[in-house]
Ligand binder design. Structure first.
Ligand code: NAD
Length: 337
């Protein structure tokens, strides 16, 4: 299979993770150009990727077959539609868009173009989360009763201007980043029957909530608890996902061993899965962190075979719909102020 010809659109914080993921996959993909109206990060990324720089992605679409879209959320719909209409397959950073109407216009454009559209929710493609789900599904520890997740995060040294406004971010931390938890929960427990949230502005200068809690009732009867903060004074475990089953708690933890905001792609990690039942069992210990290679590999496989991505546009729309629905209820109750 010939290497995919890739254009990276947006050269900000997440972009080096895509370059690192592609470099791990070797000859599967070649970065032809990187695009950003801001030349400084674009030149640095281009050097790293061995690619050329363009200021306007629209001038390069004829030279690529795959576009990786890594831009602020309010631009997701327009950039994705442009790329699909130009005949490119698209890997789009989460969330799909800032409204369900925009999500629907993206879905219609993908259908019309007949191209692969995958939304980048990377965690479910990692070995650790696949093992976590496999253990739950095996029933070894009995029925799943509750999923409980905390993302203990800080945006210090990372917060860009567009993240401080609801119009550009789409909401607060729940809308922007809890998709990482919701995607895993919907993957494990299925569709949501009802969702409620509360939020607060702790210490981050942004319009949306910087700290949120959301509870979910799944159609299968189980429940979910999502807690998320961007205001953490000290990141301990960055991502915890606990599955309380009848016979044990299964606990997946993903811990940065440095400062992920400033070290970025060079930050080292420790990921563990333990089962706490009658005894404590260590089921996995690895250095897996925010590794995008498995997600990108899945994207290429879908492009090559025509298979639908696991995190396709419909799945990503469901994740955003849960948050927007919970926001709507919280607005009525004035519970997100
Ligand atoms: N998967 C993850 O864990 C993860 C983590 C962080 C961010 N993200 C997602 O990645 C995307 C980008 O986030 P970020 O943190 O890198 O933001 P960022 O602000 O660091 O970078 C965004 C970049 O896009 C550029 N840009 C703006 N308009 C553009 C245009 N028209 N064409 C090309 N580039 C343009 C900006 O100049 C900036 O360099 C968002 O969707 C975000 O949610 C995902």
């Amino acid at each position: 299979m010939a290497a995919h010809r890739i254009g990276l659109i947006g050269c900000g914080w997440i972009a080096p993770f895509h370059v690192a993921g592609l470099s791990q996959l070797g000859r599967q993909g070649e970065i032809v150009w990187v695009a950003d109206p801001n030349p400084e990060p674009a030149l640095a990324l281009a050097r790293e990727a061995g690619a050329r720089v363009i200021a306007d992605y629209r001038t390069g679409l004829q030279d690529i077959d795959c576009a990786f879209i890594l831009v602020p959320h309010h631009l997701h719909a327009q950039v994705t539609i442009d790329c699909l209409e130009a005949g490119c397959h698209v890997l789009l950073e989460k969330p799909i868009a800032n409204s369900l109407a925009e999500a629907d216009s993206i879905i219609a454009a993908a259908e019309q173009a007949g191209k692969t559209l995958m939304v980048a929710y990377p965690h479910r493609y990692k070995k650790s989360f696949r093992l976590f789900k496999q253990i739950i599904d095996s029933g070894k520890y009995g029925k799943l009763i509750m999923l409980d997740s905390l993302m203990d995060d800080s945006v210090e040294g990372y917060l860009a201007e567009w993240m401080t406004h609801k119009a550009t971010l789409g909401g607060g931390c729940l809308f922007s980043a809890s998709g990482h938890q919701l995607d895993i929960m919907l993957w494990i427990s299925g569709d949501v029957h009802a969702a409620y949230m509360v939020g607060t502005r702790g210490r981050v200068p942004m319009e949306g909530e910087d700290t949120a809690a959301c509870i979910l009732k799944f159609k299968n009867g189980s429940i979910g608890v999502v807690r998320h903060t961007w205001a953490s004074p000290k990141i301990r475990i960055w991502y915890t996902m606990e599955a309380m089953c009848e016979k044990a708690h299964l606990i997946l933890t993903c811990t940065p061993l440095g400062d992920q905001n400033t070290e970025g792609v060079n930050c080292k990690w420790q990921t563990r899965i333990v089962a706490l039942g009658k005894q404590e069992e260590l089921l996995l210990e690895s250095d897996e962190g925010l590794d995008l290679a498995p997600e990108i590999e899945h994207f290429f496989e879908c492009v090559d075979t025509g298979r639908r991505p696991e995190t396709d546009d419909a799945m990503a729309r469901k994740v955003s719909a849960v948050v927007l629905d919970a926001y709507h209820r919280a607005a009525v109750d004035e519970a997100n102020v």
